[in-house]
Design a protein. Sequence first.
Length: 744
Amino acid sequence: MPSPDPTKEKRSIKTLDGQLLKIRYRHPNGWCIGQALLDNASETVVGELIEIPLRKPQIFYGYWETHPKYGPQFHVQAARSPEPLAGPGMVRYLATARCPHLGPKTAKKLAEAFDAETLQILRTDPERVAVLPGVSLDRARQWQQFFVDQQGADDIIVWLLQWDIDPAVARRLYADYGAGAMERVRANPYTLTQDTWGVGFRTADRMAVSMGWGPLSPERLEAVWRFGLETALNQGDCYQTTDQLTEQGVALLDDQDGEAVRKALADIRERLGRLPDVVSDNDRWRLNWVHRLEVRLATALRNHPTAQTNAAPVDWAWLETQTGVTYAGAQRDGLAGALNAPFSIITGGPGTGKTTILNGLLAWLIRREGVRPNRIALAAPTARAAQRMTALTGHDAQTIHRLLNWSPAERGFTKTADNPVEADWLIIDEVSMVDLPLAHALWQATAPTTQVLWIGDEHQLPSVGPGSILKDVIQSGRFPVFRLTQNFRSTSGITVAAHDLLANRVPKSNADVTIVRYDKGVDKRGVQQELVEQIRQLHQHGTPWDAIQVLTPIRRGLLGTDGLNPLLRDLMNPERSGQPQFTAKGGLVFREGDRLMQTKNAYSKNVFNGDMGVVVAIRPDLAEDDDDDRLWVQFPDQTVGFSTDEAQMLRLAYATTVHKSQGSEYPIVLFPLFYDAYVMLHRNLVYTALTRAKERLWLYTEAAALWLALQRGDGAERQTGLVEALTIENHSSENMVERPASQR
């Protein structure tokens, strides 16, 4: 058995009064060394100190540690202004406390009325608060309860800091569970992973073990089982087998003998099967909410009308005159089939005529059948894909999230089965990107009278989220599918290369595709420099920076997004004298003109994972305590402001992963494909990257890496239950629980 790691032991957290005097050293990742006055003594402090104001009274939370060379250091885990707050500081505290119905304007009103006594009055004298204009006594009493409970947040912050858990977790716990938050965590530390509070399994596991939980206790084994299912979702799988979960358990519990873990898990198999949030059948295990979504999606699809609509035959001569297009046989079949089927799918690669069919369908519906344009809903999974759909059709398209109208207040979509999307036609593009939760929400909000057309490329990478919706629905065989295979862009070298890939042929360099090959094991730094130099040459010959995009399979390494983005940013948007900069929480620095990507769904801002934008303004003129909307980013359909906290979800996007590029097209793409991404070397990865380029592609690859990707095909099929659910008419949904709204 491995010996315990002394760095993972429970630490003694101290609370000290003091001031940060200066920062002596700051690492690019945000970690700092500073000097502080702590309990009237000058001490060395380390940690993320950037956001702590200098020479202002603070309460510091952290622990002492003696460095073998530099002596005692206080590791700052969190800091806050001591009460009483006053003026702008009080306004900021109230506005960011997440108290219901207490925003910046009301916070300012309260601070102006009561100044430094505001918190004390809120906690003890709601009648005085209710005297203010627009504040009822009921509302004042709600605030009283909130801030009384909030006093206890410090206790849980300090307690959680023993395991290096971000203080923001304590605030979120209080927001959901109130004063009982600490007891909830004490009763089961693994709650922090089940409810996705941003705490990893190993942190929660250390908490549990330090509180006396047995190394092979049933509770610990249950947590391992659940965590295996959650991890599978991150890989796109909707279920795991018993053997898969068992081996993941052995890997997680590496402080125990592997055979002992296997035996312990086998001994409680029956107990695992009774977990209220887990479903098991035929040696397959699912989280309950995943099973429920698959069943409900399958039911909604099966219940959608299937009878032919008896649409009038297409007058091809009229339509071809209207559109100026001569439709090939497969294109005619797809267009006529979509008109006659309540739900149908058109799938095909680049240059096969998907957009041609869509434009012909819109022309026929609007000009011949008289369907009002506002009764035809066009949507796509991302803002860029929706923007492209609009440009190609001349009709307004929107994201699926906008179509379904996400409501932050209700933490869900307002368009549901009881309030469906009002449309005669619903046409969704780039369906390969749609994951299980989004597909479920979409079909719940689709009325039986709405005619539905899905358009997508089944050979692209599957969605980032769980499920393989487009492939599964096609594979079920229940719905009309029209495959387009003929290449109508035979003069496009990119399209030729894409069709070579689908035919399992290694593509060759041509007028539009340049393949640069290296010996296996080549120095990646040299490749990095060649790629950057190629971009420099393109720009010097007239190509604008925003026409160039680097795609890579991986994040880490010299040829991953982490290694390439700093170099590309310095090339395309170098630092200039007087240029405003913005530092997000965590230390990432952004400049005006930077190309950024959102990495998590921010429903309140209507910005979603994968959305790309450009920094258009930075507001350094705002007061320090007025942190909202310092960074402004222009996305394809809106301009959005971010605070330092919110900007943690943004990353530089001069280079992005291939997965994140789905639904987008770029005039010029540079794509490094090396053995660093060995586990991801599959045909659909190369195909997706290649088909993002509209005009030119540079592919940098190691010897035989491209051949290996082709030999391995499209990779392992995702483990999903949708095909089975679509082919079995009756499903029991007993013993199921809803997924928490925060995870939808």
